[in-house]
Design a protein around this ligand. Structure first.
Ligand SMILES: NC(=O)c1ccc[n+]([C@@H]2O[C@H](COP(=O)([O-])OP(=O)(O)OC[C@H]3O[C@@H](n4cnc5c(N)ncnc54)[C@H](O)[C@@H]3O)[C@@H](O)[C@H]2O)c1
Length: 267
């Protein structure tokens, strides 16, 4: 018996990284998984996005845990794809209990070098993509009078960071979105919470797992962290997500910082 037996969980950006780790943990607790990824190519990015092969592997790993996985190419910046993805989920499973708005992209660089294209792609995925996802999943949750929503922001949504102004703007944005939605559905059995990870060792920061991150960057990253590690693993974020979907009690509209202790320095 798993704590999520009978539940259906949608995860955006599920082909790899944190999304895949969340999918496997939820499946281990008995949830059937709806896994979305493989967006349109984005020309402003310096790293590759999740592929169909990555998404197929997530689906295979979920299935090996004995759960169903409905995987689908959905670009969260496209409301029509998101809406039809939710319709398909309801046709197949008849319910939708958990939604993890996890898909995201990053571009770094000084403020004055941010191109229109980079700004537009960042907002389209990181901010509009969370909006389209939440807008589509809330109605079935309202009908069920039960839902668990977790939005993945970032520690970049808790502070300013040089070279990350566009990314941080989107992550501050989704926190405002999640908190406001949490108020609207507070008495409808739906919780809406946010996780804010610090640097996570996923393809977003280490595109080639066989190539080590340069030592100087590892040293720089470690220097800022009370727990003297350069980064966390996807599974560290999964632990926070699992808490928020399994039994958050009266926790809603809140932020869980997964930050190697750096939250201790913040007001
Ligand atoms: N890695 C970090 O250091 C870090 C830190 C804090 C927050 N985050 C956030 O965590 C989330 C997960 O990132 P990750 O670390 O697993 O990175 P990742 O790049 O490994 O995974 C992100 C996944 O999202 C998918 N994706 C991107 N745009 C999409 C779109 N428009 N539609 C559908 N799917 C899309 C990608 O294809 C990819 O598979 C992101 O929101 C990211 O901003 C990451």
């Amino acid at each position: 018996m798993g704590s999520l037996d009978g539940k259906v969980a949608l995860i955006t950006g599920a082909a790899r990284g944190q999304g895949r780790a969340h999918a496997l943990a939820l499946a281990s607790e008995g949830a059937d998984i709806v896994a979305w990824d493989v967006p349109q190519p984005m020309s402003s990015l310096t790293y590759a996005l999740g592929t169909q092969e990555d998404l197929d592997l997530t689906a295979k790993l979920v299935t090996e845990k004995g759960r169903r996985c409905l995987s689908r190419s959905v670009d969260v910046s496209d409301a029509s794809q998101v809406n039809s993805g939710v319709e398909h989920t309801l046709e197949e499973f008849g319910r939708l209990d958990i939604a993890l708005a996890n898909a995201g992209i990053v571009t770094v660089g000084p403020f004055i070098t941010i191109t229109d294209e980079s700004w537009d792609e960042m907002l389209a995925t990181n901010l509009t993509g969370v909006f389209t996802t939440l807008r589509a999943v809330v109605p079935p949750m309202l009908e069920q009078r039960w839902g668990r929503i977790v939005v993945t922001a970032s520690m970049g949504g808790r502070m300013g960071i040089k070279g990350q102004s566009a990314y941080n703007a989107t992550k501050w944005g989704v926190i405002g979105l999640a908190k406001s939605l949490a108020l609207e559905v507070a008495n409808d059995g739906i919780t809406v919470n946010v996780v804010c990870p610090c640097t996570v060792r996923t393809p977003m920061v280490q595109p080639d797992p066989d190539t080590d991150v340069p030592e100087e960057i590892v040293r720089q990253l470690t220097r800022g962290n009370p727990i003297a590690r350069p980064w966390i693993e996807a599974e560290d974020v999964t632990r926070a997500v699992m808490y928020l979907v399994q039994d958050p009690g009266v926790l809603t509209g809140t932020i869980m910082e997964v930050s190697l202790g750096s939250s201790a320095r913040m007001p």
